[in-house]
Ligand binder design. Sequence first.
Ligand SMILES: [Fe+2]
Ligand SMILES: [Fe+2]
Length: 135
Amino acid sequence: MKNIIWIKEYSVEIKEIDEQHQHFFSVLNELNTAIYAGKEKEWMGHVFDQLDGYARFHFATEEKLFDSVKYEYTDAHIEKHDEFRKKLEEFRRGFEISKEGISGELVKFLEEWFVEHIMKVDKMYTKTFHDHGIF
Ligand SMILES: [Fe+2]
Ligand SMILES: [Fe+2]
């Protein structure tokens, strides 16, 4: 099993946000550990709850900051968050129906989505936040 490591290239240079992103990687590794231990069925409900809570909390943090700085790409960014929420819901439904076979796919989706979102979408706000004194 390969742990998913947060590297400094993922930093958006906003302390609170980096910490939340790092937390996401630890949830992902918990899921990975559960799969490796053959405990995915017992753990998946817990993992989905964590991911839901995380998505709500983290996206709300970013979206509140967008408001406070009148970030110009707010709508496009929120659309990406909505896509994630929808996709996560689909995975949860898939798991509730079949109870298996999706966890590897879910990890792959989460890792790819998150890395790409941080690198291509989140990083776009760094300059605007810094300009408003948010570091
Ligand atoms: Fe983010
Ligand atoms: Fe984001």
